[in-house]
Design a binder for this molecule. Structure first.
Ligand code: FES
Length: 142
């Protein structure tokens, strides 16, 4: 298990529900002020998000954990990245596009690889969470 580096996505990170590689999650409406759990901390606890068969290499997913939405991306066999799905512009729910995470409200886009803003009015990246693959489970620390 790798350590989470403050402000950077953890390698072997994860979250999960049920999307597969190439799947485009339906974009959802504004989150209405939904706030994700606090940023990763030493007290964060592992939450099973999905299983590796449901998040294959290259797969992206939008998952609901503890009442909040998170975004997952699995760039390789042993790495999973997890982000808050709350847009850093005005709080809408960010969804999974074919090449980037996309906010339907004003068009901000965020990179799968690090949550960085790549287009639109948002200035900040999506907050990242430590995530790991343990056996066939994808765990996110919330
Ligand atoms: S709330 Fe996401 S781009 Fe404005």
């Amino acid at each position: 298990m790798n350590d989470f580096l403050a402000g950077k996505p953890a390698r072997r990170a994860v979250l999960g529900t049920s999307l597969t590689a190439g799947t485009v999650a339906a974009l959802t409406a504004c989150g209405g002020g939904q706030e994700p759990a606090a940023s990763p901390s030493a007290e964060a606890e592992a939450t099973e998000a999905t299983t590796t068969d449901k998040l294959p290499v290259g797969g992206r997913a939008s998952v609901d954990l503890k009442g909040h939405n998170y975004l997952l991306y699995r760039p390789d066999e042993t790495t999973v990245l997890a982000y808050s799905a709350v847009c850093t512009h005005e709080g809408c729910q960010v969804g999974v596009g074919s090449k980037v995470f996309q906010c339907p409200c004003h068009g901000s886009e965020f990179a799968f690889e690090d949550g960085a803003r790549v287009a639109g009015p948002a200035k900040d990246p999506l907050p990242s969470y430590r995530a790991v693959i343990e056996g066939d489970k994808v765990l996110v620390y919330l």
